[in-house]
Unconditional design. Structure first.
Length: 156
């Protein structure tokens, strides 16, 4: 595979991966706004990203591959994805082990707070990866000879 083909493939993977990360995030906010208007109460389902995990996982994999092909932000995508998966797994394991998942334990416990923090950390990391995906797209479409390129983007 030549350099031109790698560049095109990296762009396709970066765009698709970023779209797959942003789609559940936008869906979460759209349903929050619509649900809040309809019920006349503030509603926000922070579990949406975990429920749409297959899309998020595919997006993460595509961004990791795009980062590896383009040699840009690969470590950020790799470590960020690992941190997101660890936060989600910790929350799910704790919910199951403590009895929150089955309803045996009430939501008035410290375990509930830790589970919510883990899921919220997962959500924030996914949003961060989606923002980094946009940065990768900008970098891939950036003209190589442009003097506006800084040392930061050249070394990232």
């Amino acid at each position: 595979m030549n350099a031109k083909q790698k560049s095109v493939l990296a762009k396709i993977f970066a765009i698709a991966g970023t779209a797959l990360l942003w789609a559940p995030v936008l869906f979460m906010f759209v349903t929050a706004v619509v649900g809040s208007i309809m019920s006349k109460k503030i509603l926000f389902d922070y579990l949406t990203l975990a429920e749409l995990f297959p899309l998020v996982a595919i997006g993460m994999v595509l961004l990791i591959v795009a980062g590896l092909i383009s040699r840009a932000y690969a470590k950020w995508f790799g470590w960020g994805s690992a941190a997101a998966l660890a936060a989600l797994a910790a929350g799910l394991i704790l919910a199951t082990a403590s009895g929150l998942a089955s309803g045996a334990l009430t939501t008035n416990s410290g375990a509930f707070v830790v589970v919510v923090v883990c899921i919220a950390a997962f959500d924030l990391i996914v949003v961060g990866l989606a923002v980094l995906g946009i940065r990768l797209i900008v970098r891939l479409f950036h003209k190589a000879g442009d003097p506006a390129e800084t040392a930061e983007t050249a070394n990232a």
